[in-house]
Design a protein around this ligand. Structure first.
Ligand SMILES: Cc1cc2nc3c(=O)[nH]c(=O)nc-3n(C[C@H](O)[C@H](O)[C@H](O)COP(=O)(O)OP(=O)(O)OC[C@H]3O[C@@H](n4cnc5c(N)ncnc54)[C@H](O)[C@@H]3O)c2cc1C
Length: 256
């Protein structure tokens, strides 16, 4: 996998987005940086940090199949660079990193309760636990390991467990989905990116952060590692004291 770039932001530096950078499938990482620098008319050393934000494939002119990138870069003297570069491929971009909503002022009397450990419940629990809200996730189905055995038994013998099947159980319908991560295309608040970032942290391939059609695949989903990773992450985000499966997961300290 190609490095996605230096994700660190450089203080006080606005990001510049360069779209439609076309490179052959066999290109090297340096080619992308050189090409970006060429479009901006700066030396490659002037690029302080960079990050791929999108990668798609242009297969219209076979056999010349190309990757098409959008890349965000921080450069030295970005105002000067922007004014000196008249390319329609280049634009200044605002930072759309996800920010958790501001805290209220009244202590909660009870910990937040989340019903269902599907993708929505797990991400919600992860974020709340990470911010000290002590969430309790209630899941009617079984943990993912037992669930996979129940699903296989259903396919083999036709015996349905109504609480542990393709739809119900830890990970929700997401666990046995195709793993096509197509959601929130117009990501104004950075939520989609944040969810993908959490999935990568839990072991999903890094390409999902920038591929135009991010896809994990049922096999990886069923190999459990990132569903389990999310469960463990919820625990890690809290104080680690919670139970798993049919019960609670994730704990912090903000609830009163
Ligand atoms: C076969 C299949 C393939 C799919 N493929 C894709 C795909 O490729 N790409 C894509 O983006 N989407 C896909 N989807 C859709 C995707 O899985 C759902 O959009 C997603 O799972 C919804 O997440 P959720 O957390 O809102 O709900 P769910 O995933 O449905 O999770 C709900 C959870 O709540 C639990 N629950 C329900 N009732 C209760 C209760 N009373 N008490 C406690 N717990 C309860 C359930 O057990 C479940 O774990 C697919 C769905 C299916 C079924």
């Amino acid at each position: 996998m190609m490095d996605t770039g230096d994700r660190g932001t450089v203080r006080g530096c606005r990001m510049i987005r360069i779209n439609q950078i076309k490179l052959p499938l066999s290109h090297r990482q340096e080619d992308l940086i050189y090409k970006a620098a060429g479009i901006l008319r700066v030396a490659p050393d002037n690029i302080l940090s960079w990050q791929i934000v999108r990668r798609s494939i242009d297969a219209r002119k076979k056999p010349d199949i190309m990757f098409v990138y959008s890349v965000d870069v921080c450069v030295k003297a970005e105002k000067k660079v922007l004014s000196g570069c008249r390319s329609a491929q280049v634009q200044a971009v605002a930072d759309t990193a996800y920010t958790f909503p501001a805290e209220g002022t009244e202590p909660l009397r009870h910990r937040p309760v989340i019903v269902g450990a599907g993708p929505a419940g797990l991400i919600c629990g992860y974020l709340l636990a990470g911010h000290g809200y002590c969430p309790l996730i209630l899941e009617r189905g079984k943990c993912v390991e037992q669930r996979q055995a129940d699903v296989e038994r259903f396919w083999r013998e036709g015996v349905l467990d109504t609480s542990s099947n393709v739809q119900f159980g830890e990970g929700g319908a997401g666990t046995f989905s195709d793993g096509k991560l197509n959601t929130l295309v117009k990501d104004r608040f950075g939520r989609n990116k944040e969810v993908l970032r959490i999935l990568v942290e839990a072991g999903a391939p890094g390409e999902i952060l920038y591929d135009a059609k991010p896809h994990i695949g049922t096999d990886i989903l069923c190999r459990k590692h990132h569903t389990m990773g999310r469960r463990d992450q919820v625990r890690r985000a809290g104080d680690g004291s919670a139970a798993v499966g049919r019960g609670s997961c994730g704990c912090g300290n903000r609830a009163g």
